[in-house]
Design a protein around this ligand. Structure first.
Ligand code: EPZ
Length: 420
């Protein structure tokens, strides 16, 4: 199993360009199932989660041609409407094929994703709202069996602005009879990107990015098509990871390839802590800002503070002046990084869904273990500023969502080595 050897502390310098967003690319790839005509994508990130959903689509009969980071998906001959447990268990977002399959083929058998390291993560909001659209849904032997003559457009109101449920329902609505309104929809930039992808193919979608989305359904005879290739948005979570690395190393770096508005809650919080940042057209410049002050944050759906930056922010807060408090409101078990950070000398006390962080002067290197994607990123950030060489194990968690992470950090002058 690969591991990373990270030596700190060190300064960073230069420019890093983030990849396309994992959390935009996955729903867009599932969305390719909606169209009989070829779907061309560029800048598809080389991530293990992307490889998994491609395997799933190919198992359904989608032909996938790759050319470097470009890809053409041909779903004109889909013949298997089953998303198998073997694939779904490795990547929960596989459940995003449910909406497209039901909409286009009126039938789907999708393994229930089950829980993961950060929480139980049920899909009840997906299922109850698909039922409202007329789908007959049963759970049998760990599978969702869904069927419908044709989905009905209607008014839906989500009990929680779930990202995945909003995406599944947007795609289900494409071939529904009449228009669908999704109230209390998720507003994440990745939702806007999925809407832009559907619009790129000619679908009528309005209001993405607000809490009310309208999708006008047509029947499956409608041949949606796009001549140009589509590029998913830049990865704001990867960008936040590098911005925080630059601040922890008191360095001047440029992080680009993403739109700053997608990270506004994070940038504002960092500035309140004393960070010196310049928003560029397609990125952010980090200026040496010295030791930052502690802060109080709560994770929340967009435009609130993203839960996917919580762990990285904790690593920074461990080196801040004074105390900080984090309240994790999205996932019930998203503090797996705490015992590992503690091994490096961090002072974090957990109380229910809150973490009290006492800032320390410095960290020391240690062997640590990755537990989930963003927790792993926090360990890399801590190791880059810790004194000595840290040995970060189980980095397959990192490979799920960060493309060429060690090469990008090396490009900024960091001492990071992958050991096979
Ligand atoms: C997406 O997960 C992201 N994954 C997650 O990123 C991200 O943390 C999350 O949104 C929140 O921003 C992808 O886009 C592939 P949710 P998703 O449905 O869609 C509860 C990363 O690190 N809920 O908005 O699964 C759920 O349990 C990953 O890249 C229900 O109760 O998130 C959770 O507590 C991790 N019932 C909360 O809502 C449902 O039917 C948010 O879940 C659906 C969700």
């Amino acid at each position: 199993m690969d591991k990373l050897l990270v030596t700190g502390p060190g300064r960073l310098n230069g420019t890093v360009t983030v990849s396309s967003a994992k959390n935009a690319t996955l729903p867009i790839l599932a969305g390719a199932l909606l169209f009989e005509t070829p779907v061309k994508l560029v800048d598809v990130p080389k991530l293990n989660d992307v490889a998994t959903i491609i395997k799933l689509l190919e198992s359904m009969g989608v032909k996938v041609e790759r050319d470097g980071k470009s890809m053409t998906l041909d779903s004109s001959n889909v013949h298997n409407l089953v998303a198998d447990y073997a694939l779904v268990k490795t990547m929960r977002a596989s459940v995003l094929v449910l909406g497209p399959l039901l909409a286009r083929f009126g039938k789907a058998k999708v393994s229930l994703p089950g829980g993961c390291a950060i929480g139980a993560r049920p899909v009840d909001i997906h299922l109850t709202n698909l039922e409202k659209m007329g789908a007959k849904i049963q759970i049998e032997q760990g599978y969702i069996l869904a069927e419908c003559e044709r989905l009905q457009g209607c008014e839906l109101s989500l009990s929680f602005p779930s990202v995945g449920a909003t995406e599944n329902l947007m795609m289900a609505a494409v071939y529904a009879d009449g228009e669908t309104i999704i109230e209390n929809a998720a507003r994440e930039p990745e939702i806007v990107d999925l809407a832009n992808f559907l619009i790129h193919f000619g679908v009528t979608v309005e209001g993405a990015g607000t809490s009310r989305i309208r999708i006008v359904g047509t029947n499956t005879q409608k041949k949606y098509a796009a001549t140009k290739a589509y590029r998913p948005i830049g990865d704001r979570i990867e960008a936040a990871t590098f911005i925080i690395a630059g601040l922890m190393a008191n360095s001047n770096i440029v992080v680009n390839g993403f739109e700053p508005w997608t990270l506004e809650a994070v940038l504002e919080t960092l500035e309140k802590m004393g960070a010196k940042l310049t928003r560029l057209e397609d990125g952010v410049e980090v200026h040496p800002s010295g030791r930052l002050k502690g802060a109080v944050i709560e994770t929340a759906p967009f435009p609130g503070f993203p839960t996917d930056v919580q762990a990285q922010m904790m690593a920074l807060m461990c080196l801040c002046e004074g105390n900080s408090i984090i309240t994790e409101q999205i996932f019930e078990n998203r503090y797996m990084h705490v015992p590992e950070l503690t091994r490096m000398g961090c002072k974090v006390t957990l109380k229910g869904n809150a973490a009290l962080i006492e800032g320390v002067e410095s960290l020391s290197a240690a062997p640590v273990m990755c537990t989930d994607l963003r927790a792993s990123a926090a360990l890399v950030l801590a190791a880059l500023t810790a004194h000595g060489q840290s040995d970060i194990q189980r980095i397959y968690h990192l490979d799920r969502g960060y493309e060429d992470l060690e090469a990008k950090f090396k490009g900024l002058g960091a001492k990071v080595e992958r050991v096979k």
